[in-house]
Design a protein around this ligand. Structure first.
Ligand code: SF4
Ligand code: SF4
Ligand code: FES
Length: 245
C-alpha cells in the first residue's frame, strides 16, 4: 500500500520553475499564513530561501499587471490570488506565464506581447486633423459603453497565456491587443478606425479567434476579450462590404 506524504502542518510545499533553458523545479517549504497570496509566497522564498529567484511585481494591488504567473496550471495575477483559493493539499506549483519566452525563472519577456498591441494599432490616433475642442461623448451612448467595457485592461498577459490560438499560431495578435483595438474602434474621438480594422482583420487578426473564451474565463479584471473580438469581426466585415477595407 502506498502512502502520499503531504507537507507538514502549517507549511506549504511550493514547486518553483527555475532557469530559462533546461529548466527544472526547485521545491521549497514555506510557512502557511492567513490571507497569504501567491505573490507573498514567491516573495518569501526570494527573501528567505533563495535570493537568486527571478520574478516580477510592482504594485501588489492589482493595478500594474506585472505579477502574472502560472499557478497550479492556470495563469493568474499572483498579488490578488489567495493561496487558500488555489492550493491543492498544501501544494503549489508556480511557473512562468505560458506562450511567452522565459527570461529567467518566473519572469517572461513581454516584448512580443506589446509589439502585437502596436501591430493592432493599439494606441489612440487623433487622425490628420485632431479636434481642437474637447469631445462631448454621452456616457449612455453605445460607443462609450463598448469602449469602457474593455478599458480596464492592465496588460497582465493572463489572457495571452490562456489562449490556444496564440500557442498554435505565433503571428496571432492575441486577446489583449484585440481587446485594446476594439476599445479604440469604439472611441468616437479616434481618427484611424478603418486603418485599425485593416490592421486587425488580416492574417493573425480577429478572424483567427475560435471564440472558446479561454481569455475571458481567466481575465482577472473580468473583461471579455472574446466579446470585443466578435465585435471586431462584425465591424471589419461591415467595413469590407462597404468597400472601406
Ligand atoms: S476566445 Fe479567441 S482570443 Fe480568447 S482564448 Fe479563445 S482564441 Fe484566444
Ligand atoms: S484583457 Fe484581462 S487578462 Fe488580458 S491583459 Fe488585459 S487585464 Fe490581463
Ligand atoms: S503586482 Fe501589480 S498587478 Fe500584481
Amino acid at each position: 500500500m502506498s502512502t502520499t506524504i503531504g507537507p507538514a502542518a502549517g507549511t506549504l510545499e511550493v514547486e518553483v520553475w527555475r532557469s530559462a533553458e533546461e529548466g527544472h523545479y526547485d521545491t521549497f517549504e514555506v510557512p502557511a499564513r492567513e490571507s497569504q497570496t501567491v505573490l507573498d509566497v514567491v516573495t518569501w522564498i526570494q527573501r528567505h530561501l533563495d535570493p537568486t529567484l527571478a520574478y516580477r511585481f510592482a504594485c501588489r494591488v492589482g493595478m500594474c499587471g506585472s505579477c502574472a504567473m502560472t499557478v497550479n496550471g492556470k495563469p493568474r495575477w499572483t498579488c490578488r490570488t489567495h493561496v487558500a483559493r488555489v492550493c491543492a493539499g498544501g501544494r503549489l506549483r508556480v511557473e512562468p506565464l505560458a506562450n511567452l519566452p522565459v527570461i529567467k525563472d518566473l519572469s517572461v519577456d513581454l516584448s512580443e506581447f506589446f509589439d502585437k498591441w502596436a501591430k493592432a494599432r493599439g494606441r489612440f490616433d487623433p487622425g490628420p486633423r485632431p479636434a481642437r475642442e474637447f469631445a462631448m461623448v454621452r456616457p449612455d451612448s453605445r460607443e462609450r459603453r463598448r469602449a469602457e467595457a474593455g478599458m480596464d485592461c492592465i496588460g497582465c498577459g493572463v489572457c495571452y497565456a490562456a489562449c490556444d490560438v496564440v500557442r498554435w499560431q505565433p503571428d496571432y495578435l492575441g486577446p489583449a491587443a484585440l481587446n485594446r483595438a476594439w476599445t479604440l474602434v469604439n472611441d468616437v474621438r479616434d481618427g484611424a478606425r478603418d486603418e485599425r480594422l485593416r490592421a486587425v482583420s488580416g492574417n493573425g487578426g480577429c478572424h483567427a479567434c475560435h471564440t472558446q473564451q479561454g481569455c475571458t474565463e481567466h481575465c482577472p479584471r473580468h473583461l471579455s476579450p472574446t466579446g470585443g473580438i466578435a465585435g471586431l469581426k462584425r465591424a471589419a466585415l461591415r467595413a469590407m462590404i462597404a468597400g472601406r477595407l
